[in-house]
Structure formats: structure tokens, C-alpha cells
Design a protein. Structure first.
Length: 318
């Protein structure tokens, strides 16, 4: 009965995720970071207002959820747009998916590491600091983000191994962090779960981490997150666990205005504590279709970003 209940929870989650549609947010550019046998993969980039390539801004790279099978970079457009308004370069990444590319979680992890390396390699052209690379993600996207911050296996043979894929910090939203038989996704990684499970690959070099989790999450138990925090601290590493009473899986998404506001503000404070942001969070509870002050969008003559204001909206189609 336990397995049936879990399978049903996963089914409902995948149905809900596949129905999530974000509109009203547009990245400033999309750039190809990797060419695979299954197709090209792109980074969806949001720049701060009046950004210049001569600057060295912190950068955050998000990976969306969807059970390693589906989903879209647009899921993290609201968070990326917000952090761009706070002065960071923010990116939401594509990666290979079972539904579209017929791949496994191994390829997802490889793509995450490739994306981080690409961003560091091209830091000068993007106006970012290669030593201030934050990586985030939700659910399965949180898994591949955490996999890059722990000693998991699996790297692309064509990657430049002289460039580190390890993030400088992690922000994880109800992340899959335990792939053991008692965790999530074991059936998909059974033959190599110990090599791909973040929980079982924490080291003394794992980056400072913030986890955002609902206390009623049916896929990622609070006990799992507490154990992860314990193991991180056992290695002398910082791990903050932010719990949200009564909330389930996917609670942080933009269609949950109060939760979106709280998690973004808590993420902001965590990044500020590490010196990546300054000042107080500016995110506000959405009123109508406005979630925060937004960014100025049109490119100016100096390669910066200037002009008008965002008006983000979201639809949840069931």
C-alpha cells in the first residue's frame, strides 16, 4: 500500500507540474550551452537593469522540477526575474528529460554540471563573477543542483574538467536529496543510487545550502531534510532548513502567492548572509498580476538593460 500511495503521489505531482504555465516573464536572451545527440540545450538569461559585461555580478542558475521527465525553464522565471531586479544575473536552464529526450537522471546530472562549467568559462563575456555561482532548483531540479554540490559521479566526457562544477552556494526547493530505497526515485537509479544520491555524497567541500520544504510534503519528508542538515553539519558545512507549516510539494511556485513571497524573501536573506545581495528583500505579495517592482527590459546602446516594467502572470491549468 505504501508503494501504491507513493506512486499515486508521483502521478499527481507530474500531472500538476505538466499543467503549470508561466506567462508575462521573458528572459533577456537564450544561449546554447551544450549540444547533445538529443539536441541543443539553452540557458534562459535574465540580466539586471543597465548590466554591463565589464561588471562581475553574482549569478544564480536554476533547474526546474518535473521528475527528470518533464517541466520547463519557465517555472523559475519569476524567481530569476526577481533576483535580476536585485542585481544578480539569473538563469533558468534547459536539461535533457525522459519525456522529450528519452534519457535518465544520469544525463540530467551531467547537463547540470556542464551548465555550471559553461557559465564559469563564459563569465567574462556575461559580466559575472565565476567565484560567485549559486545553483538552485526544485524537486528533481533540486536533485541535480544538489548533485553538483556533492561528490556524485557522472560528468560529460566532453566537459573541460579543469573548470569546477561545484557551486559556491545552493538554494533547494523541496529537493530530491535521497535516492536510496527509502528515498525518492530509487527505481530509476537502482543500479547506481549511491553514486547519484546527494545525501550519500556530502563532503567537507559541499557548499553552503538552504532548503525550503513544506511540512506536509508527500515526496520529500521533513525527516529526510533534517538528516541531510545533520550530515552537512557533521562535515562542518552550513545547511539552513526552512520549514513551512502545512505545505505540500511544489508549494513555493508562483501560483501560491503567499508561499512564493515567503520563500523568495527567505532565499534573498540567505543569499544576503553570504554577501551575494545587499539590503532587505523587495519581493511583495502579488496584487493582481504584479509580484514585485520588476526590471527594465529594453537594451540600451551600451549593452545594458533599460526601459519599461514587467507585468508577470501565471495560469495553472488542470
Amino acid at each position: 500500500m505504501k508503494n501504491i500511495g507513493l506512486a499515486f503521489s508521483v502521478f499527481l505531482f507530474c500531472v500538476t507540474v505538466s499543467a503549470l504555465t508561466i506567462t508575462g516573464f521573458e528572459p533577456d536572451e537564450q544561449v546554447v550551452y551544450k549540444k547533445t545527440a538529443q539536441g541543443e540545450l539553452k540557458l534562459h538569461v535574465f540580466y539586471p537593469e543597465n548590466h554591463k559585461v565589464s561588471e562581475k555580478r553574482p549569478v544564480i542558475l536554476f533547474f526546474h522540477g518535473g521528475g527528470w521527465a518533464g517541466g520547463s525553464p519557465s517555472y523559475f522565471y519569476p524567481q530569476a526575474d526577481y533576483l535580476a531586479s536585485r542585481g544578480m544575473v539569473a538563469i533558468s536552464a534547459e536539461y535533457r528529460l525522459k519525456g522529450k529526450h528519452k534519457t535518465t537522471p544520469v544525463e540530467c546530472v551531467k547537463d547540470a554540471k556542464s551548465a555550471i562549467r559553461w557559465v564559469r568559462k563564459n563569465a567574462r563575456e556575461m559580466g559575472i563573477d565565476p567565484e560567485k555561482v549559486i545553483v538552485g532548483g526544485g524537486s528533481a531540479g533540486g536533485h541535480i543542483a544538489a548533485a553538483a554540490g556533492t561528490a556524485t559521479a557522472f560528468e560529460e566526457e566532453s566537459d573541460d574538467r579543469t573548470i569546477s562544477f561545484c557551486p559556491n552556494a545552493l538554494v533547494l526547493f523541496n529537493p530530491v536529496i535521497d535516492n536510496s530505497e527509502n528515498g525518492f526515485g530509487f527505481s530509476q537509479v537502482e543500479g547506481f543510487w549511491q553514486e547519484i544520491s546527494p545525501m550519500h555524497n556530502i563532503t567537507e567541500k559541499s557548499p553552503p545550502t538552504a532548503i525550503f520544504l513544506g511540512t506536509k510534503d508527500g515526496l520529500v519528508p521533513v525527516a529526510t531534510a533534517k538528516e541531510y542538515k545533520k550530515r552537512m553539519e557533521g562535515k562542518g558545512r552550513r545547511c539552513e532548513l526552512n520549514l513551512y507549516e502545512g505545505q505540500g510539494h511544489g508549494f513555493f511556485n508562483y501560483d501560491r502567492p503567499g508561499n512564493y513571497q515567503k520563500t523568495v524573501a527567505d532565499m534573498d536573506r540567505f543569499l544576503s548572509s553570504l554577501g551575494y545581495l545587499t539590503g532587505e528583500p523587495t519581493v511583495t505579495k502579488p496584487v493582481g498580476d504584479v509580484a514585485h517592482p520588476g526590471r527594465k527590459k529594453e537594451k540600451d546602446d551600451m549593452g545594458g538593460v533599460a526601459g519599461g516594467e514587467e507585468s508577470p502572470t501565471l495560469r495553472l491549468l488542470l
